[in-house]
Unconditional design. Structure first.
Length: 117
């Protein structure tokens, strides 16, 4: 199983980035997908999730700025990030989850997002 995240980079405050995460080795449409992030010296936090059925959920600190979407035909989940702030600087990780009586969970490598002020 591989989750390959990409799209990170350096952007000025107020700018936008779109992250992508391509999954292989799983039946992608069966999995809920989550984007997390971890800033230096801070705990990892969830920033967006999308269920296998397409329902989305966001914590308050990204609502209205971040949008998660998925393309099951491309085995890809996206995170559109707008109105970026310096505090959004972090390594962003994608995560695939499926409940089959127990939680089956896979993680990708991170992609670094740096927002300059």
């Amino acid at each position: 199983v591989q989750l390959q995240a990409s799209g990170g980079g350096l952007v000025q405050a107020g700018g936008s980035l779109r992250l992508s995460c391509v999954a292989s080795g799983i039946i992608f449409s069966d999995y809920g997908m989550v984007w997390h992030r971890q800033a230096p010296g801070k705990q990892r936090e969830r920033v967006a999730s999308i269920s296998s059925g397409g329902s989305t959920n966001y914590p308050d600190f990204v609502k209205g700025r971040f949008t998660i979407s998925r393309d099951n035909a491309k085995n890809t989940v996206y995170l559109q990030m707008n109105s970026l702030k310096p505090e959004d600087t972090a390594v962003y990780y994608c995560n695939a989850n499926r409940w089959t009586g127990k939680l089956v969970s896979y993680w990708g490598q991170g992609t670094l997002v740096t927002v300059s002020s």
